[in-house]
Design a protein around this ligand. Structure first.
Ligand code: ASP
Length: 734
């Protein structure tokens, strides 16, 4: 299980649902939410959403890849998700000659669908509250460490039981909720043959680029389609041309009747992480410590990468996916800081904390909570320099391409070193060659060198010298302290920075075995020892030591202390407000958020409507700006009003996006947007600028999620891409 704190028995009683804030656990909908949902217009039951014994909507929802949601839209395993969720796959199939990012891609038959090694989808089979079992190991006298270890081991037993019960078919993980005050096991099944079916060009799927990302009004057709393949028994299987389309227990019916303000909406998906219950001290660290330097470091990377992408088509393709990932966080943190400051979150939290502190004095039984806030204050101050070093390590080292290729090659070379036979060495070398080629396909020496140089300059300028790695003395002695010269030399000489050098190295790498050397004199030149002599390994080793021996011991200890405060603080807040409905922070488990379609007032004098149309796409058209270059075909469809059945019945326009007050987060990308009857009416993909703060504070006046209108999806598939045969697979409600 992940990220365990300790367990204390809590009574989850007297709940009633509130506003539209909240990401609710499907298992408890009938207890806490369904009445409220039905009052807001939902016509189905809690079992229609989540049922273990019968097919329910949950069977049509999945984790897509590592961090998104997807949904089934046909009984032949067809998946709908976001363009930005499929981006890595679309990009990996793209070359200058087949530029699917720029031109889009549509398989015109199943045989043209493209496999994606490494991409999988995961279904939730069932979840079960195992809090009582986990809490049975709890003992007041134990230290936090002892308790955590016991909880870890009981969770491992519970997980193993579930896997065994399924005959090894399913995976299982016990997840902590409410900061370790509740434990729920997730039993899941993963499908690994997932093929790309279609994606619009980036000029539709990523329309507006970084400028429009996290912003309303929005005109991005952020969707892509994949298909799950299974073996002949409909069970998961590795990719094989013999696999057949997966037949789901449930898929969504698609409703194209249109969306009105006030309509009920529900988002069913996997929000990644929120921190709604943290105290002012931790929020203060986010606003004034973590966010400013993370924004600054990413800005530096983006300045280099954006300039290179704008000047070279090949680099644009190579760096598209990396750039999106960097820019997405960068922009979100900027918005988050602005939003949190605007609503003066620190004052709001401090006022609450005064009330909380008084409450702890109100009865002897609450005295155990009295030191929570003072301890937060102490630890949050102490952790600051370590937190800074930690984030610098992440941004400057861990998230770099050099780290990525080092990690991958280190794994390959270790395997080769312990290979037993000549044939094994050769086949492992082939695998290493494939990995390296995949990596260098999207690598540009100059761009990478410029980024790495900038990161090293930032690290050594901004970080306290306590956190300097050993190789800093090499910079001082051999390069007169000149970091740029050191990097130039490194890039010139390392095998990591050049594809040919790396491939040559792999071809001559062997396991040290004399027999192999005799049989392959030309192929047996380097061993693991030579690998570790590369100058880059010095850099990597230096950072690993700093991280393991200087940052982590302090950071980890303080982090754990704060973690146990989070646990107690959560527990205390629930006791202080026994009649309030609490929802657990997001932890990338399946959740339901519900609300209604709604515009809002972002600033004085401005009111945002709840939807956008194709008119707005055309109004933004600017052939000189990559992100706003509307494809000719789309303009033609607009001019001839060739909208088919996808135009809105009231205004005759093609609606593109709409907003509602559903509480969503990263990971909800690609989530189905469901109407009052359980039909699919859209795909969630983003939040408004004013809503980027909602991972820490959801304010119903400002927080809106952004969704793609399903009619725009179908319009693009049918009229733009001419892939109407896919629509024939779907159940459409007109
Ligand atoms: N755009 C987000 C994502 O990538 C969705 C969100 O955070 O609202 O997951």
């Amino acid at each position: 299980m992940k990220h365990l704190t300790f367990a204390v028995i809590l009574l989850f009683s007297t709940f009633f649902a509130i506003a539209d804030e909240g990401m609710w656990v499907p298992l408890f909908l009938s207890k806490y939410n369904i009445e409220d949902m039905q009052q807001k217009g939902f016509k189905l039951s809690a079992q229609d959403i989540y049922d273990v014994n019968n097919a329910s909507l949950k069977d049509a929802v999945m984790i897509f890849g590592g961090g998104c949601t997807g949904e089934l839209i046909s009984n032949q395993g067809l998946i709908l998700t976001n363009h930005h969720c499929g981006f890595g796959s679309i990009q990996s199939h793209s070359t200058i000659n087949h530029d699917y990012l720029t031109d889009g891609f549509w398989a015109m038959s199943k045989s043209e669908e493209l496999p994606n090694p490494g991409l999988s989808v995961t279904f939730l089979i069932y979840m079960e509250d195992v809090t009582t079992r986990v809490n049975a190991v709890y003992n007041e006298k134990m230290t936090i460490k002892q308790r955590n270890e016991l909880i870890d081991s009981v969770c491992a037993v519970i997980e193993q039981e579930a896997v065994t019960k399924s005959g090894g078919k399913y995976d299982a993980v016990v997840e902590p909720f409410f900061n370790g005050n509740q434990f729920i096991i997730m039993v899941t099944q993963e499908y690994k043959d997932v093929r790309l079916v279609g994606a619009p060009p980036s000029a539709i799927g990523k329309f507006g680029g970084d400028t429009d990302n996290w912003v309303w009004p929005r005109h991005t057709g952020d969707f892509s389609m994949f298909r799950i393949y299974a073996d002949e028994n409909n069970q998961p299987a590795e990719y094989s041309p013999d696999n057949v389309p997966y037949q789901p227990k449930k898929s969504f019916a698609i409703n194209i009747q249109g969306v009105k303000e006030g309509d009920f909406t529900m988002i069913f998906g996997y929000p990644g992480s929120t921190q709604e219950y943290i105290p002012s001290y931790i929020v203060d660290n986010v606003i004034n410590n973590a966010n400013p330097f993370r924004i600054d470091l990413r800005q530096k990377k983006l300045d280099i990468i954006n300039a290179a992408m704008n000047s070279d088509r090949q680099i644009r393709i190579q760096y598209a996916s990396k750039q999106s990932g960097i820019a997405n966080g960068w922009k979100k943190w900027i918005g988050q800081n602005l939003g949190l400051k605007r609503i003066n979150i620190l004052k709001e939290k401090r006022d609450y904390e005064t009330k909380f502190q008084n409450w702890t004095n109100s009865s002897d039984q609450y005295l155990i909570y009295q030191n929570i806030l003072p301890n937060y204050k102490t630890y949050s101050a102490k952790i600051k320099p370590y937190e800074k070093a930690y984030y610098y390590f992440l941004e400057c080292v861990y998230f770099t391409d050099m780290w990525k290729i080092y990690k991958s090659m280190n794994k390959h070379f270790s395997k080769i070193s312990s290979a037993k036979t000549i044939a094994e060495v050769d086949s492992l070398k082939d695998a290493a060659t494939t990995s390296a080629s995949n990596f260098y396909k999207d690598y540009n020496y100059d761009v990478d060198k410029a980024v790495f140089k900038e990161m090293m300059l930032a690290y050594f300028n901004d970080i306290d010298s306590t956190f300097f790695p050993n190789f800093h003395t090499t910079i001082t002695t051999n390069f007169a302290g000149n970091i740029e010269n050191f990097i130039n030399d490194l890039y010139e000489n390392s095998i990591f920075t050049d594809e040919q050098r790396m491939l040559n190295y792999i071809s001559k790498f062997y396991n040290g075995d004399r027999k192999y050397k005799r049989a392959n004199p030309n192929k047996a030149v380097y061993t693991q020892d030579d690998f570790t002599n590369d100058p880059f390994i010095d850099v990597i080793d230096g950072f690993i030591s700093v991280y393991n021996y200087i940052v982590l011991p302090e950071y980890g200890t303080l982090y754990q202390k704060i973690d146990s405060l989070d646990h107690l603080y959560m527990q205390a807040q629930m006791k202080m407000e026994p009649n309030k409905t609490f929802y657990p922070d997001a932890n990338f488990t399946l959740r339901v958020a519900y609300g209604s379609v709604k515009g809002f007032k972002p600033r004085d004098g401005i009111i945002y409507e709840y939807f956008t149309t194709l008119d707005g796409v055309i109004a933004k058209d600017n052939p000189d700006i990559y992100d706003y270059n509307v494809p000719d075909k789309l303009k033609e469809l607009y001019q001839t009003k060739n909208y088919g059945r996808y135009a809105d019945k009231n205004d005759g326009k093609v609606h593109v996006c709409f907003i509602a007050d559903n509480h969503t987060s990263g990971g909800n990308s690609g989530s189905p947007v469901i109407n009052d009857r359980g039909h699919l009416i859209g795909v969630n993909f983003d939040r408004c600028w004013e809503s980027t703060m909602s991972d820490i504070k959801f304010d119903p006046n400002y927080c809106r999620n952004i969704m793609l209108d399903i009619r725009y999806v179908l319009f693009i598939v049918d009229k733009y891409a001419g892939a109407g045969y896919l629509i024939d697979e779907m159940e459409i409600i007109e």
